[in-house]
Design a binder for this molecule. Sequence first.
Ligand SMILES: Nc1ncnc2c1ncn2[C@@H]1O[C@H](COP(=O)(O)OP(=O)(O)OP(=O)(O)O)[C@@H](O)[C@H]1O
Length: 329
Amino acid sequence: MLSTSSSALFPLSSYHGYSRSNVCSGTIASNMSNFWVYRQRKIVCSCMTSSRNVSDELSPFKLSDSSEMKILNSVDEPKDDSEVLIECKNVYKSFGEKHILRGVSFKIRHGEAVGIIGPSGTGKSTILKIIAGLLAPDKGEVYIRGKRREGLISDEEVSISGLRIGLVFQSAALFDSLTVRENVGFLLYENSKMSDDKIAELVTETLAAVGLKEVEDRLPSELSGGMKKRVLLYDEPTAGLDPIASTVVEDLIRSVHIKGEDDVGNAGKVASYIVVTHQHSTIRRAVDRLIFLYEGEIVWEGLTHEFTTSRSPIVQQFASGNLEGPIKY
Ligand SMILES: Nc1ncnc2c1ncn2[C@@H]1O[C@H](COP(=O)(O)OP(=O)(O)OP(=O)(O)O)[C@@H](O)[C@H]1O
């Protein structure tokens, strides 16, 4: 899971009717169009597009019922490659002696809502960071709209091939009817006994630390500029949330997946997204297709509805939380 400790990031949700004590009772706007991530002096944001049904042709990627685990390191993609926004090709990543990713290949196509699931420590966040350009693979390539990502994302680089990639960290939802100050200081306003002045001071310091000055009184939408956004990576967006709050976030994620938009890059439109999650509700509600990572390899892929009915032992064990099975703890 990605840490938010060294970065401030504030994707936006669309709650309304904010009050200090009751922000979550507001309604959710159907047109949630802006998500924000500020990281290392960079603003990366994303909007979503229509969900595209992944055909049943993906079903063959499921594991067979054989107890022997079949490792699927590459995906036999049947579709037109012009639709591919992101491709990971045989990606490897180690941290010291820990071999985290061991030949991961997959494609994310325009309009897809994809979940990456799997046991803890299996490399889910790592692959997101590699896609986002925060980490470099040891081996293998990442292509963004067919263009190979070279090196890490830099302050100058905001898009590759016109595609912007935003990374949304855990608990990073923002409220678009709140000012930046209210968003950033939200938890403190809600839960601490600090004075408003003190919170405002802290917020200003925090924003300055990530290179953002004099934006406290702006609404998130006023920060959006003309940035084009296409693909959003969510790292455990519902971790630690109660079931109802999870539902709210899941529906927000879905709600920006606007049907019928094109691929031109107009504000508030079009993209695909990837969600790393452990939450079953998020799997069910927020994504259409799943990629199962285990020990750094893709061991199963399928449509979301196939997850609970799969006869793959590894999927069954994960779905049921059973201690017995191929996943060892
Ligand atoms: N920068 C790093 N340096 C050393 N080890 C790291 C680093 N980043 C991740 N790891 C290790 O790599 C492994 C995979 O981490 P990662 O966060 O990708 O797993 P994950 O599948 O997202 O796990 P979780 O579901 O628990 O969030 C973990 O053992 C983690 O401790």
